[in-house]
Design a protein. Sequence first.
Length: 692
Amino acid sequence: MLDLSRLNPPQRLAVTVEEGPALVLAGAGSGKTRVIAHRIAWLVEQGADPGEILAVTFTNKAAVEMKDRVKGLSKAAGAGCHIATFHGFGLWFLRQEHLAAGLPKWFSICDAGDQASLLKRSLRDVQMDSRRFDVRRLLAVISRRKNEAAGAPRRKVKGSAGSGAAGSVPGSVPDDDYEVIATEILPRYEQALRAQRSLDFDDLLVRPVALLSGDRAMRKKYQEQFRHVLVDEYQDTNRIQLELLEILCTSRTRSPDWSGRSLCAVGDDDQAIYGWRGADVRNIRQFERSFPGAQVIRLEQNYRSTARILDCANGVIARSADRRPKRLWTEADPGDPVRLVALPDEQEEARFVAGEVARGLAEGRAPSDFAVLYRLNAQSQPLEEALREVGIPHKVRGGPAFFDRAEVRDVVGWLKACAFPEDDVSLSRIVDVPPRGIGDVAMERLGNWASGNRMAISAALKLADQVPDIPRGAPEKMGQFADQLDRFRSRFGAGRIAEPARAMFEDLDLRGWFRKTVASPEAGTRKAESVDALLRSLEWHERRDPRSTLGSFLHRLALDSRDEEPEDADGVTLMTLHSAKGLEFPVVFLIGVEEDLLPVSGIQGEARDLEEERRLAYVGITRAREVLWVTRASARTRRGRIEPRTPSRFLEDLPPGAHVRHDPASGESAAAASTRSAEVLQALRARMTGRR
């Protein structure tokens, strides 16, 4: 029997809610994952069929952790219920309904790089210089258009302030021009996807919503299949994800029938920090409007941080507008006060952090106990240099993603070309990797001829001698390349993916080629290691599912590459506040807490969202378990000029009893120095009184 005795009363209530919709407002560190896992196990214990349970998360890592927790509580629930990300569920659905969707059983998924290539090709088709447009910004407009077509209302999608993605730049291409060009190239972009039997990430949600909205029988089928739906990190949902949930959970009538059905959404509007990528905090704040009659349960007991850290977090977030009221508390000790430190500049700030980390290591802490959090990736450079100077191991998360590296995209391109013969983007990428003398002119003429004859480039390769004006010698090389691809493809099969891939990479000598592309032996080794990293992933996938195919591996990889990073060696973690969401560390340094950094100034012309910046500060504070340092610089160098800095407005919200100002020169806090001075003064007075 499931043991609920270790849950606190609100957690038990959230686990045992029976029918209807429920919103669990789970504050930072309040045990939301425990609640979701226990609820799944409890539903099965109460008689629910595991196959009727759908739990959706936002990262693959969270989905894996959820599955493991559920299996630990109930083997039946762990084996039978469906736990996936929103996009993972969309992929599963489209594979189930591929005929209705007009798709083959195995279709390729375009990642952001593939999408950019297709957009650039579409721009060239309309004789537009692709260099004139920011492709990421154009992708955001295309994404919004596709979501609108599926029924979601118009909503501006911003560039990523957190990752430095481009926004609207003053003096660059006006917003209206992006709208005009998107109208022209969207049909061409969609046609290119159809031609190579590919979907982009938007399609993984847009297509299921469109199919379910338009087919009453299909909608009823999946409503009956998934009678119990759970959603993790509900504050991060966007409009199309809300539509999917409404379709699965309700009949869209004023009084939906919840008999034997439930929806449990778990989230925290105080941690809604992804508005720049389309998440809509209104979804959680207006939950009862979407699902009338919903019960609201608050989880406010924190099991992560000390009381003083929580006091500071509560002080900052209490000023947030339109939030659902909640206040974190803990039974833990008050702990050390949060230490505020002002340093002269960014170099001194970095040296101070490195010095305190060194002190902690000398006292017995491990490097992995420490995390340094900052608003922008650019802030990591002085830290990396300072830690390197004193020999402290460190790792940077949230910077250039592993799957964005050119060599990794080359390796994945070869795998895609083998699994999906009609994937023209991948084939065009790897046709000359390693070089085989097939130039851009030859490929452009082959591509134009293939498009005119309505065939994939892979099929056109063997007919290259029919292409007018193709450079001499190109048809022979293209034919040899096509034959080589056929040989590689024939080696793969169900349950046979890692060894054929290893043999292919060795035949191509990809490691040797990567080493030749750079002058530095160290850089060459890093590039070559990407081959081994992908092979390890293939081997793991094959061991996990002996019937796996190259297509299933690439589908998983396409989803994983959006939010996962390979595990790095042990070291101090350097990361942006956005990357830190969901993590916790014994000791945290929150640096650069200044106006125009936290809160950040508008990124490349985007207006800043002060409410989301406040929530980011709250997220940063609540990552700390035992010790929290908050640092700022009095001046920073910007474009070669030293500029004075103003303390962040968020510092004014820290309660007096929960923080102290630390003097780095004396090595003690201002409050401690004041106390020591008072004690010395009292002792001197006593001595003088005794002399009298």
